[in-house]
Design a protein around this ligand. Sequence first.
Ligand SMILES: *[C@@H]1O[C@H](CO)[C@@H](O)[C@H](O)[C@H]1NC(C)=O
Ligand SMILES: *[C@@H]1O[C@H](CO)[C@@H](O)[C@H](O)[C@H]1NC(C)=O
Length: 285
Amino acid sequence: MYRFYSCLVLLSSLCLTSAYRPVVIVHGILTGADSMLLIVDEIQRHHPGTVVYNADRFEGWSSLENAWHQVFEFNGDLQKICEKHPDGVILLGYSQGGLLARAVLQTYPDHCVKKFISLSSPQAGQYGTDFLHLIFPSLVAKTAYQLFYTYVGQHTSVGNYWNDPHHQDLFEQFSIFLPYINNDLPSTNSTLFRDSMLRLEQLILIGGPDDGVITPWESSHFGYYNGTDDVIPCKQRKIYLEDRIGLRTLDRDGRLKLITVPGVRHYEWHLNTDVVDSVVLPLLD
Ligand SMILES: *[C@@H]1O[C@H](CO)[C@@H](O)[C@H](O)[C@H]1NC(C)=O
Ligand SMILES: *[C@@H]1O[C@H](CO)[C@@H](O)[C@H](O)[C@H]1NC(C)=O
């Protein structure tokens, strides 16, 4: 389900002449559509007439449901939106929502997403106690794998993208989501996952060193820890070098944009008007 913010309250002529692409928004973990209303408002204030869809599925605790389940439901919603907007839409996901939204477009072979914006999302996974304590106060990063890399642990979205650099064997053995959607492990869908990414006109990955929740913050750019906790940037990792999901091709064609914004805390990307206006809005022109 999506809350649809139409332009009916505005002059309809404005709607008809609107030059702005429709925007589809997916919220972060433990919150819902309401948490993204500032972005909706800013879009409509600066770009009047823009059609905005703000996902209201999997709000609150249900945002912890299995990632594949969420992806398939969102996928059905996006199909309906694409039927209405064959000329294309912009997809924007915040935090966990940016990882799920990417998986949605990767599992949708003829999607209409022209531009995908990932707003501080754990695209390469997540490994950090601070983040964990927001949801599971008694877990610590070092031992969380014992819960997450199990059949039961894989029932939660966090378990699905928990990427413990010290237990990569278990990650690949148990995680049913991230190693597949990132084509670390080949599957019958590997080609689909890559080809669907390559349909994008632009892939924009936003993150910053002061985020405080996404750990390492470089995961927002597909960077990640190696086995000795050093962060390897995206362009030195296999996912890029081997072009597993098309990042290298997109980059070669000038379609990949990595944006680093210092000084922004995780909750400011979508809740601070200055950040929304200066970082997000210019990308929607
Ligand atoms: C591949 O995609 C199909 C249809 O989306 C799905 O049923 C199947 O589980 C997927 N397999 C893998 C390994 O992702
Ligand atoms: C991780 O990367 C650092 C810096 O590139 C390197 O010195 C270290 O040996 C690497 N560790 C592993 C386990 O590859």
